[in-house]
Design a protein around this ligand. Sequence first.
Ligand SMILES: [Zn+2]
Length: 275
Amino acid sequence: MTHIEWRTYEAGHCMHPQCGTRRGGMWKMARFPALAFLLRHPAHGAMLFDTGYSRHFFDATRHLPERLYRTVTPPRLDETESLRDQLARDGIDVRHLATVMLSHLHGDHIGGLHDFPHSTILCSREAWNDLQARGRLGALRRGLLPALLPTDFPQRVRWIEELPRIALAGSFAAFGTGYDLWSDGSVLAIPLPGHAAGHYGLLFHTPDDGQVFLIADAAWSSRALLDGVPPPSVVTSWLGDTPAYLATLARLQKLRQSEPDLRIVPSHCEEHSPR
Ligand SMILES: [Zn+2]
């Protein structure tokens, strides 16, 4: 079995009321880290799963109507906290990052994409087609900021849906098809529909933490997975597809029960922040 080394980064965070992410939650403000992940394949090198916030996010939301995005979910990012800066401090040259995979196209996941101009972008065609079909306000309403996508995106993209397919088995069978990033079964993109168009997680084995499943925004926290409490339906319907979100959350809950050693990592969970 190929083992993938991994590391979690926090590239900024945002503040919003807990009840926006949890039905029946409190109105008090909660902190939601924007996590991004570095994976290292022994033969294929380093890749990223999402990018968090960066100064480009602030540029893209400077003016109305895009400014509404940062009014609704006020982000915080220290000057030296961008993913690119953190990677540089860890001795990682962005030119050596072969791939940046985007779990979905929300601004807090693709906010740093401009900082990785040399990488192949791995993205869902469904997510891209959804974005192309929207006007400026229609995109913003769904948490999409097209200005965060580089102009050479079409030349650099590889579609997740065109990767080799694997029929998932055992505890993962309910997720249907996995997409094999390196054609060796070591890293699989797993569809997690509902939160946003073309929303994908990533599954791999690590040397120290066993099997890891990055689930992006399919659940807002480990606690939500534990007790199965989704965000209010007004939020899931605003961003995506509520019935699909609930079905994915239920599948993840079941998976958590059948695979207690599996490390399931939501992208905005404080429990998984390296801070
Ligand atoms: Zn999202």
